[in-house]
Design a protein around this ligand. Structure first.
Ligand SMILES: C[S@@+](CC[C@H](N)C(=O)[O-])C[C@H]1O[C@@H](n2cnc3c(N)ncnc32)[C@H](O)[C@@H]1O
Length: 499
């Protein structure tokens, strides 16, 4: 079989899957209390879905080392080697004034070779993590998909190639007049073996075109048909029986629109993919309770759809911005579209999940990705090491009952923040995007007991928490996590005494 060669490939070819130096995960935030309203189940006995912050290479090595059970479906939508930088908009205050901030870079210093090495190493790890019945979907486009297909043939075997799916969408804003407008993405579908899972589920079917839909009639047995067909080039007017749900999908998907800013699922993430795309993939290749993973999870589309379809999930992203979006998207899942009846709300509570990383939680907090990745504003990083944002609160305490109220939040390095952002801040709460409380903090894991946050559509945020009752008297450490609109994430501790 012909294979693809590129610079330095041999360095990665023989790397063993298990890196014995891989470090273990640490749980940073646990959303058990907030998801499960009951405490009757033993917490240690339940599976918790995982959102993991970190470079997916190290994350996958740690997953392999921890002998986690195998994954049934991997969908990834990695950077496409576009050579660009991706931006996102931050929304400010209740009116949601927008300001653009840079998120992640898709520039590759070593060109295509370095991109291929990056992906090659990671796909080898993904293969190791897949179960025997498992499938992998790689979402790419014209920049790189042709190289990656040859790479996947080598890794999984040509026989395990299933589809090259073309997801076509209208390219409304395309400017070019010098070549044809590029208007589709490529999704490569491979399986670990030939014992893979594939469900003929009517919920994955493609809708008929409007022409066919309008022509559908119902016969006396309630079965649908249209009149048509042909024989020897002659048009016939025979009854062609069809399933009402639509047709079994081909590999050319033209029935899934791109995300628009006015849709309920829009998170404000520039490369966000539609939930309907993941719905088809997840329903076709997994069953309820199977394990789905996305190691480039971005705004968390795969995780949200897996959650709604009753699959267990693991998500990973290297940027704090994406982890934060995923966190809020999942916490707000009851308000999102129901995956089967799109016009309804999902309206179900979230299953327990946790946020992990390869580092412990620390009160220095996290800096916005921009400041870490780009090496810009290094001074800001140094300042942050020694002085952190200031939070003032009021604790309303009535015997065992406690309510926390935020009174002020300020950044010590205001002069380093773009004046465009500063000018839009009217009151201190405009800085705050998310806050959470752990009413008895262990300084190890942040157990989320209560949260309030803004989304692109839901701009209001509470400044007063719900009442919390401590069951026993004693001293408690209350921790408040603040994530501001710049992505600065800090934990503030306060001691209280309950009589
Ligand atoms: C195209 S976006 C994914 C969008 C996602 N499918 C969605 O619907 O929102 C790619 C993501 O991969 C992340 N990423 C890039 N390199 C990574 C790495 N080495 N480890 C983990 N995540 C990475 C980026 O931070 C970005 O959020």
């Amino acid at each position: 079989m012909p294979t693809l060669r590129w610079k330095d490939k041999e360095k990665y070819e023989h790397i063993s899957d298990i890196n014995h130096k891989a470090v273990s995960f640490q749980i940073n935030e646990d959303f058990y209390d907030i998801s499960l309203k009951t405490t009757s189940i033993d917490e240690d006995d339940i599976w918790k879905n995982m959102l993991i912050r970190g470079d997916n290479k190290m994350v996958m090595e740690s997953l392999i080392k921890s002998s986690l059970e195998k994954v049934d479906l991997i969908y990834i939508d990695p950077p496409f080697a576009t050579g660009g930088n991706f931006n996102y908009k931050i929304h400010i205050g209740e009116e949601g004034a927008k300001e653009v901030v840079e998120s992640y870079s898709d520039k590759w210093k070593g060109g295509i070779d370095s991109y291929l090495n990056f992906l090659y190493e990671r796909i080898l790890l993904m293969k190791h993590l897949l179960s025997e019945k498992g499938s992998i979907f790689l979402h790419l486009d014209w920049h790189i998909s042709h190289y990656v297909k040859i790479m996947l043939d080598e890794i999984f075997g040509e026989g395990n190639f299933r589809n090259e799916i073309i997801w076509v969408y209208p390219a409304a804003s395309a400017q070019t007049r010098s070549f044809f407008i590029r208007s589709f993405d490529v999704i490569l579908f491979y399986t670990k073996s030939d014992k893979y899972m594939f469900n003929d589920d009517p919920n994955i079917y493609m809708e008929y075109s409007d022409r066919v839909k309008n022509a559908l009639k119902e016969d006396e047995n309630g079965v649908f048909y249209y009149r048509g067909g042909s024989h020897n080039g002659k048009k016939l007017s025979q009854k062609v029986y069809v399933k009402q749900d639509g047709i079994f999908p081909r590999d050319f998907w033209h029935d899934i629109p791109y995300i628009r800013a006015n849709t309920a699922e829009y998170q404000g993430f520039s490369t966000q993919k539609p939930e309907r795309l993941l719905k088809r993939i997840i329903l076709a290749t997994t069953n309820k309770n199977d394990l789905v993973a996305d190691f480039f999870c971005g705004s968390g589309t795969t995780l949200a759809v897996a959650e709604k379809l009753g699959r267990r999930w693991i998500g990973c992203d290297s940027t704090n911005h994406a982890i934060h979006m995923g966190r809020k998207r999942l916490l707000n899942i009851n308000n999102s579209n129901d995956i089967f009846t799109w016009k309804k709300k999902y309206n179900q509570s979230l299953k327990p999940f946790k946020i992990l990383s390869l580092e412990g939680i620390h009160d220095k907090g996290f800096l916005p990705d921009k400041f870490i990745e780009k090496g810009e504003n290094i001074e800001l990083k140094n300042i942050f090491e020694t002085s952190k944002p200031k939070l003032s609160i009021e604790i309303h305490q009535n015997e065992q009952k406690i309510v926390i109220e935020l009174k002020d939040y300020s950044l010590p390095f205001m002069d380093q923040i773009s004046s465009k952002i500063r000018e839009k801040i009217k009151i201190f709460s405009d800085w705050i995007d998310y806050w959470a409380i752990d009413f008895s903090y262990s300084q190890n894991v942040f157990n989320v007991n209560w949260t309030s946050f803004r989304t692109p559509k839901m701009r209001k945020i509470e400044m007063r928490s719900k009442e919390h009752s401590h069951l026993k008297s004693g001293k408690y450490l209350i921790a408040i996590m603040i994530i501001d609109i710049l992505g600065i994430n800090t934990i503030h501790e306060f001691e209280i005494k309950v009589d």
